[in-house]
Ligand binder design. Structure first.
Ligand code: AMP
Length: 217
């Protein structure tokens, strides 16, 4: 099963994708995570993307399309994947169609996580991640059980994203409205678009997502 999760920054795409990966063995393809890894490793792609990402703008389509087409062609993606953060523009959506045709595959569902934009700055400003295992937390909504210790791996090193601040969020939300939201009618016209309330508590969002994907009855 191949799925796209859509929604503005802070909608919960990453959190939900991780859970789908864990429970159903689908591969999470987060272009944001891939870019941040390229930045950490000092790769040319990371060097090109870092300033753009820190500002909250979109990395050029051409780079993103190359990145995801190489990833999708890898064998682990054959069992199904969840795209989280791609496509973000109409040209990316069109390129994805071509890539899927090339690997003899198709999209099963596109799910929009519907959220209240006014709440997103607070959501992203409190986010932090375990540097060792990648588990995501939030100062208010999902703190670690023991202060400063990861619930999953007992790691004590955490990181915060450089673009999870009010200033970059303005640009990120504008990019979503102007460039990404037009993808919704593109998929609606094909009858694959579904919507889930992303403001509900995390476990409820996950159950609704499973329902929308026909994974539970
Ligand atoms: P994310 O982790 O999905 O919020 O992505 C973080 C940042 O990476 C975005 O604000 C963009 O600068 C960049 N990025 C990630 N995915 C894409 C994409 N598909 N197209 C353009 N830029 C992207």
């Amino acid at each position: 099963m191949n799925i796209i999760l859509l929604g503005p920054p802070g909608a919960g795409k990453g959190t939900q994708a991780r859970q789908l990966e864990e429970k159903y063995g689908l591969v999470q393809l987060s272009t944001g995570d891939m870019l941040r890894a390229a930045v950490r490793k000092g790769e040319p792609l990371g060097q090109e993307a870092k300033a753009i990402m820190d500002r909250g703008a979109l990395v050029p389509d051409e780079l993103m399309i190359r990145l995801i087409s190489e990833r999708i062609a890898q064998p682990d993606c054959a069992k199904g994947f969840i795209l989280d953060g791609f496509p973000r523009t109409i040209p990316q959506a069109q390129a994805l169609d071509k890539m899927l045709l090339n690997v003899n595959s198709k999209l099963d569902a596109v799910v929009e996580l519907k959220v209240d934009e006014g709440k997103l700055v607070e959501r992203v400003a409190g986010r932090f991640t375990c540097a060792k295992c990648g588990e995501g937390y939030h100062d208010r909504f999902k703190p670690t059980r023991a202060p400063g210790v990861c619930d999953q791996c007992a790691g004590t090193d955490f990181s915060r994203r450089a673009d999870d601040n009010a200033e970059a969020m303005k640009t990120r939300l504008k990019a979503y409205r102007d460039e990404t939201a037009p993808i919704l009618p593109y998929y609606a016209a094909r009858g694959v678009l579904k919507a889930v309330d992303g403001m509900a508590p995390m476990p409820d969002v996950f159950r609704a997502l499973e329902g929308a994907l026909g994974l539970v009855v």
